[in-house]
Ligand binder design. Structure first.
Ligand code: UN1
Length: 498
């Protein structure tokens, strides 16, 4: 057992108590294959208990003034900041991302805590003129009650904060199912919430699979909102089920993000942006760059730069300071990447770099690694250029002009992030308008969204809601319209009176 994680068996966190549940399953460090902890595989019983605890707690929590609710988030932020290094190391252990990126992810959580703590002093409503004399009209945000959040393994702490912090500051109680691959961040965050003084039952963590815990949450009538980040198939099933129940659902289901490189681009900068956003986190980001749409005039020069940079990348265990690209989360993830690389070859794209499992010269590290891979001569309709691979694989597609670049960018089922490298201000403004994605970057890669802006996308990426940013509050609140008549008589709206 590691020295920083104080337990070898995680427990659910329900009604402010740590509760054992069985059976359990082992969690492995993706860089070494070593067992690090056991996590419960809970079921409907535990979900029912968590929802009951949340229901009980939510009534009182919603009556706590929002600035006081915010105090708890502020304390959470302070504790996260104090424990940043420890959390980052644990994150690297369970998820594999390199330590520098783990620190970045924990920082996103800290930022979110302070940002949402500030929101406790805003939670702005609106005043509106009333139609009648001596009548006041206003609208305010109200908590929805008990909300369910389902979070993925690739950003196990940041995404959890994007969802749980706005939910909590708005006066809801939360039932949270973290990914079973990365339960340690959930365990640590629950501990932090308890220490920060969050009343029992306002946050409940139930570990387990999507098929049991997730399903029980989606079908529980007392859970009024489901906020989900994860795979497309699961998201669509959740949406269908929530639709039948008239339950609000917020989905974020990935992308097929492209960097556009125009003929006037700074090619060194573009290559750097592509390498970072395609191979950082081993390509396991929803925002990862997996297509490069390059003007044919600069294709060869860009390829040369990319090749040079990809050869310099160091692969291995993310705890090693010299490593830039960590492991793939598990065998299943690795097999999926291998399948797509094979497909790319069969479809006729040219393999420029990588293309196979990576193993260390110093012998088998025990984990799952894939060499950063670049395809060129891909076409927009190939499956490697259409489907989410979730690994370090990027495909170059060449185009003849700006309009074609925009068209190719938009020719995918997803719409999360996009980027353009150009020095032409007219192209910049046209691109930000015409790129059909929820996030657009100019002269930067496709990753690195900041927490105080809305995160999410168009088309198959989601269903119109946003994580993080003030917009996240829309997911976790209902609007209430309030009319106060101070005329002293019964005034009837919409009725003509002499
Ligand atoms: C994700 O991959 O789901 O914008 C989240 C980024 C990070 C968050 C990614 N801030 O790349």
């Amino acid at each position: 057992m590691t020295t920083i994680l104080q337990t070898d068996k995680l427990k659910n966190f329900i009604a402010g108590e740590w509760q054992e549940a069985n059976p359990t399953v082992a969690v492995h460090n993706p860089a070494t294959g070593q067992e690090i902890v056991h996590v419960p595989l809970s079921g409907k019983t535990e979900v029912d208990q968590a929802v009951e605890a949340a229901k009980q707690a939510q009534k009182d929590w919603s009556l706590v003034p929002a600035p006081q609710r915010a105090e708890v988030l502020y304390q959470v932020g302070i504790l996260m900041k104090e424990r940043k290094e420890m959390l980052s190391q644990l994150l690297t252990m369970e998820n594999g991302k390199v330590l520098e990126e783990a620190r970045g992810e924990v920082q996103e959580g800290i930022d979110m805590a302070f940002y949402m703590a500030g929101e406790g002093r805003r939670l702005f409503g609106q005043t509106t003129p009333a139609e009648l004399k001596d009548k006041f009209a206003m609208s305010q945000r109200c908590p929805v009650g008990v909300v369910g959040i389902i979070t993925p393994w690739n950003f196990p702490i940041a995404i959890a904060t994007w969802k749980s912090f706005p939910a909590i500051v708005a006066g809801n109680a939360v039932v949270w199912k973290p990914a079973t691959e990365t339960p340690i961040m959930a365990y640590e965050l629950a501990k932090i919430f308890a220490e920060a003084g969050l009343p029992k039952g306002v946050l409940n963590v139930v570990f387990g699979s999507g098929a049991s815990v997730g399903d029980a949450m989606v079908h529980h009538e007392a859970i009024r909102v489901i906020s989900f980040t994860g795979s497309n198939d699961t998201g669509r099933d959740i949406a269908a089920s929530c639709g039948r129940q008239l339950k609000k659902v917020s989905l974020e289901m990935g992308g097929k993000n492209a960097v556009i490189v125009m003929d006037d681009a700074d090619l060194d900068l573009a290559a750097e942006g592509i390498i970072w956003s395609a191979f950082g986190t081993s390509g396991q980001r929803c925002t990862a760059c997996s297509r490069v749409i390059v003007h044919e005039k600069v294709k060869q020069q860009l390829e040369e730069r990319l090749l040079m940079k990809v050869e310099e990348l160091t692969i291995g265990n993310g705890l090693d300071k010299t490593v830039q690209v960590g492991p793939i989360i598990n065998r299943q993830g690795l097999e999926k990447i291998k399948k797509y690389v094979q497909l790319g070859k069969e479809e006729g794209a040219t393999l420029l770099a990588g293309g196979e499992e990576w193993s260390s010269k110093d012998g088998d590290l025990g984990g799952y690694f894939f060499a950063p891979t670049i395809f060129t001569d891909a076409t927009a309709s190939m499956r490697i250029a259409q489907e989410e691979i979730f690994g370090p694989v990027v495909s170059l597609i060449s185009v003849t002009d700006f309009d074609e670049a925009i068209e190719v960018n938009n020719q995918v089922a997803y719409g999360l992030s996009s980027s353009i490298f150009t020095k032409d201000v007219n192209r910049v403004f046209r691109a930000q308008r015409d790129l059909d994605t929820g996030i657009v970057y100019v002269n930067a890669g496709t990753t690195g969204a900041e927490i105080h802006l809305p995160f999410g996308g168009t088309k198959g990426t989601g269903n119109g809601h946003r994580d993080s940013g003030v917009q996240a509050l829309d997911v976790f609140t209902e609007w209430k319209a309030i009319y106060v008549d101070f005329s002293g008589k019964l005034q009837r709206a919409q009725i003509d009176t002499e």
